[in-house]
Design a protein around this ligand. Structure first.
Ligand code: BES
Ligand code: ZN
Length: 475
């Protein structure tokens, strides 16, 4: 009998040895991650540039300790990429592990129950969690790979060649990464790209991510009079840029929650009735979802479920809006300008550049002649889907079946990892999204956390993934 392609006895022994090792080194695996989490590697904020370098160097040092063939920092015009290679031989498959060492800004700090860069263990819903910015997204998940590598090296060796490619600009759109992939294309040659930067459905419902949404991120500015004006003297006679911006935004969706930008849905891939029926079988508790977010009701495009709205349908959201007076008390002012950051999440076949153009054209057409408007694209990323028949998917499925005791299901997710489509296209390989977070881990929010169960299950599962991949017949 074989479990996921490996003979039962081999797989059971190896699995036990790995588990013993991980259990024996549990405290150190946590302590090391905590050290990394203490470095505030916020890519969006220039004052953290020294911290970015420190976080990259810290990771390179930990990888060095494992005795790789190569480890170096690859410079880019932006933040460095941590690159390491563990070579075992030309007959073994090669896995390129991608992730990011940058984190989202932690603001607003006052909403954190403990400081974001002072990691701690705490209980949440009866589960032990690591609380820190980056605990799940993505330092905790990147570090699972480092510790899975260590566990393999100390227990019989690596079954695959491993290449680590860990960037520092994912949370700000991976601006320099596509060029870096082209520049280093030869070194990045691999059989599969493996990424842990996504979530599972639940700890008792393991899943493998088979789709990510793309993104088109825009900034809109509306300009009115040449200075802020007295709102009593001029109000009613001069267009107010904030009012105009709100009116424009309000026109971007109709009462059905559909986006009104001409052409926006033209390329959208509609799921078949069978695919939607399959999705409807995914474990999802709407009441628990609402309760967790303290929502009076959910909202979204008519005719779609909450799970569908959050994964297989495109969206448009204002991420920030500003202008006028925001200080204490009141100031009677008619502001000279107003701004908004607006992102659209995209689904397969939608192209970020086309959507950005459609958005800009439509806003310019809607804008009244009483103001001047500027629309800029900040960044974009392609959506991604992967077939569940791919050999690398099968290896992931076998690994999770072995570690969770139940077969994982494929699931599409709503977040974006812009570079995934570039990897698939430029390297011509499958990309496996094997993430161990949960959507309830408060990614990008105050009190971000990552279950210790998930961290250690991730280390165990990733180590087994390499064994299952290497046991597959090679093309
Ligand atoms: N880890 C997330 C992406 C993610 C989260 C995928 C949850 C699936 C489930 C990643 O770090 C992220 O936040 N990406 C950004 C990309 C953006 C800045 C272009 C995102 O999705 O907002
Ligand atoms: Zn993120």
């Amino acid at each position: 009998m074989a479990v996921g392609g490996l003979p039962n006895n081999l797989s059971a022994d190896m699995h036990a040895a790995l588990l013993n090792y991980i259990t024996a080194h549990r405290q150190r695996f946590l302590d090391e991650l905590f050290d990394w989490l203490r470095i505030p590697s916020v890519s969006a904020q220039p004052q953290h540039r020294p911290d970015m370098d420190r976080a990259a160097q810290w990771l390179a040092d930990r990888l060095s300790e494992l005795g790789p063939t190569t480890v170096e920092l690859l410079p880019t015009p932006g933040l460095p990429i941590v690159y390491a290679e563990f070579r075992v031989g030309p007959d073994a498959p090669t896995v390129l592990i991608y992730g990011h060492y940058d984190v989202q800004p932690a603001e607003p700090f006052e909403l954190w129950e403990s400081p974001p860069f002072e990691p701690r263990l705490g209980l949440l819903g009866g589960e032990e969690k690591i609380f820190a910015r980056g605990a799940c997204d993505d330092k905790g998940q990147v570090y699972m790979h480092v510790k899975a590598t260590e566990a393999l090296l100390r227990n019989g060796g690596l079954p695959c060649n491993l290449k680590f490619f860990i960037e520092g600009e994912e949370e700000v759109g991976s601006e320099h990464l596509a060029q870096a992939i082209l520049d280093h294309k030869d070194r990045l040659a691999c059989d599969v790209v493996l990424i842990s930067d996504t979530a599972m459905i639940a700890n008792d419902h393991p899943s493998i991510t088979v789709g990510l949404r793309g993104i088109a991120y825009m900034e809109v500015s509306v300009y009115g009079p040449n200075r802020d004006l007295h709102s009593g003297v001029y109000g009613g006679a001069v267009a107010n840029p904030i009012n105009v911006l709100c009116e424009l935004i309000a026109q971007l969706k109709d009462e059905q929650g559909r986006i009104t930008i001409p052409g926006f849905y033209d390329a959208v891939e509609e799921l078949s009735a069978e695919e939607r029926a399959e999705m409807a079988r995914i474990h999802f508790d709407l009441e628990a979802y609402k309760a967790a977010l303290n929502l009076p009701a959910v909202s979204g495009e008519a005719g779609y479920t909450t799970l569908e709205r959050g994964s297989i349908r495109p969206t448009l959201d204002v991420n920030g809006i500003w202008g006028g007076y925001q200080g204490q008390g009141s100031k009677t002012v008619l502001p000279a300008e107003a701004h908004a950051k607006i992102s659209m999440r995209l689904v397969p076949n939608q192209d970020p550049a086309t959507v950005a153009q459609q958005f800009a054209d439509y806003l310019r057409q809607l804008a009244p002649p009483t103001v001047r408007i500027e629309v800029r694209e900040l960044h974009g990323g392609q959506p991604f889907v992967m077939p569940t028949g791919a050999p690398a998917y099968k290896a992931a499925e076998a690994a999770l079946t072995q570690t969770y005791g139940t077969k994982p299901i494929p699931a599409r997710e709503g977040g974006s990892i812009p570079i995934v489509a570039t990897f698939a296209r430029e390297l011509g390989v499958d990309v496996v999204l094997l993430g161990f977070g949960l959507n309830s881990d408060a990614l990008h929010s105050p009190n971000e956390n990552f279950g210790t169960f998930n961290y250690f299950k991730g280390i165990e599962s990733l180590a087994l993934f390499h064994h299952h991949l290497s046991a597959q017949p090679r093309a």
